[in-house]
Design a protein around this ligand. Structure first.
Ligand code: ZN
Ligand code: ZN
Length: 129
């Protein structure tokens, strides 16, 4: 993986680029796959052919159907069912614990639900909330 802002090679586990401080995946000047410089607004890296922008218009449900995930989130979101379906085990467990403690899981699920509807939800198996 390469920093998309400055093109420096990054460890896959790195959260930010040590060279420029950008978050992993942020920036649009370099290809994350090969590190070569990109033309402004290029959709595909001309060097390696990898798509440089996230597919779809924002939001990432790990390839799952938006309607299905939205319904699961609405009805069962307090128990993190939509998170488990997408493969976000950690987030799902946090939802369950939060629900059992004080019903907070339902609030988190409601936030997820709105994000899913607005295509703002970002699938991330490492995130807790
Ligand atoms: Zn950088
Ligand atoms: Zn490339």
């Amino acid at each position: 993986m390469y920093c998309k802002n400055c093109g420096k090679e990054m460890n896959d586990n790195q959260a930010i680029c040590l060279e420029c401080g950008y978050k992993a995946g942020d920036g649009d000047k370099h290809c994350a796959n090969c590190g070569s410089q990109l033309a402004p607004n290029a959709a595909v890296c001309l060097n390696c052919g990898v798509a440089t922008k996230k597919m779809a218009d924002g939001g990432n449900l790990n390839g799952k159907d938006k309607i299905t995930i939205a319904l699961l989130c609405f009805f069962l979101g307090g128990f993190g069912v939509h998170n488990f379906v997408m493969g976000e085990t950690k987030r799902g467990i946090v939802r369950i614990v939060a629900s059992l403690c004080c019903g907070l899981g339902c609030i988190l699920a409601l936030i997820d639900f709105i994000k899913i509807l607005l295509d703002k939800y970002e699938y991330d198996p490492e995130k807790l909330i």
